[in-house]
Design a protein around this ligand. Structure first.
Ligand code: SF4
Length: 325
């Protein structure tokens, strides 16, 4: 059940550390890659929540934790009020049906040896005990839902274009009547000309089936087009979060400001001042103390390398973790 305030997914104190060990016979721990370090956010039912940041910021680890591909080091992920890492049996099976992924690369995420009807119905063919005729019927309906001809169900993935393959991946995700789709860079491997078609398809399906979308992308244009709420991550921390239009029109965190300034303008006539961030993103094995952005921040102050700044609400529903506020 969704909570009374409409929260479908709640993440609290979530950490994922990956140990780094040296040696073959006598292993010793060098340290931990702090991929995700104590983050909190909620996703409301029916909304699109966008997670952005540079490569290595931890956003894909967050999606893998939600999909239960990884287990958290600490913290809780609740879906419909239940801790997903305590689910067992029928509850776990139900979660796996309700939460479905769509990955970045439709070339590698679809098995080349399976016909499309097998791919599309794979999440349910066993659990719903579908025979071949029923599975083909279900696959044909799903193909139509995503704008593909139902007569293509006997083909193999290599017989489809990149955009069509991503439609097949979306049909597969829809086969178990999900509530929540985790979209990891869903259009970044596609030609620019078909990205808009896939984004519009996802928006249409969201309305049609009342889906909640969790979208991860490094392309800020994609996230802006799709999301109502945007969350910006830097080196395992959330640095800013708020309604999409607020974050885009008035980014508060110096990292968000730099990230947005380097993105293409939403309108070609819009004026932009480019902010350059100096230096490389530090190693997550040995991240800077305090504010993790302090080694690159143009506004750094002496106390920025002390305590970690907490994420606080500086305007209604607009949160930022920075000592400037
Ligand atoms: Fe920059 Fe300090 Fe704000 Fe971090 S806390 S973003 S270093 S001003």
């Amino acid at each position: 059940m969704t909570s009374s305030d409409g929260v479908l997914l709640s993440v609290r104190g979530l950490k994922k550390y990956f140990p780094v060990v040296k040696g073959v016979m006598f292993k010793h721990l060098l340290g931990n890659v702090q991929a995700v370090d104590d983050i909190n956010f909620t996703v409301r039912e029916g909304q699109t929540f966008g997670l952005v940041g540079e490569s290595g910021c931890g956003k894909t680890t967050v999606s893998r934790l939600i999909l239960m591909i990884e287990k958290p080091t600490e913290g809780v992920i609740e879906f419909e009020g239940k801790d997903i890492n305590k689910l067992q049996g029928a509850g776990l099976l139900e979660y796996r049906k309700r939460v479905q992924p769509v990955f970045q690369d439709p070339y590698s995420s679809l098995s080349p040896r399976m016909q499309v009807w097998e791919i599309v119905t794979e999440p349910v063919i066993v659990t719903e005990k579908l025979n071949t005729a029923k599975a083909k019927e279900r696959a044909a309906q799903l193909m139509e839902t995503v704008g593909l001809s139902p007569y293509m169900i006997d083909r193999y993935p290599h017989q489809f274009s990149g955009g069509q393959r991503q439609r097949v991946a979306i049909a597969r995700a829809l086969s178990s009547n999900p509530k929540f789709l985790v979209l990891d860079e869903p259009v970044s491997a596609l030609d620019v000309s078909i990205r808009a078609q896939i984004m519009n398809l996802l928006k249409d399906l969201q309305k049609q089936f009342g889906l909640t979308l969790f979208i991860i992308a490094h392309d800020l244009g994609v996230v802006r087009y799709m999301s109502e709420t945007i969350c910006v991550m830097y080196l395992g921390h959330i640095v800013e979060m708020g309604p999409s239009e607020k974050v885009y029109s008035k980014p508060l965190h110096p990292y968000t400001q730099a990230l947005l300034s380097s993105a293409l303008p939403y309108h070609p006539d819009a004026e932009k001042k480019k902010l350059i961030i100096s230096g490389e993103i530090p190693s997550p094995l040995n991240p800077p103390l305090g504010c993790r952005f302090h080694t690159r921040c143009p506004h750094v102050m002496p106390h920025c390398s002390g305590e970690r700044p907490v994420l606080k609400e500086v305007e209604p529903e607009h949160y930022v973790a920075c000592y400037l506020y």
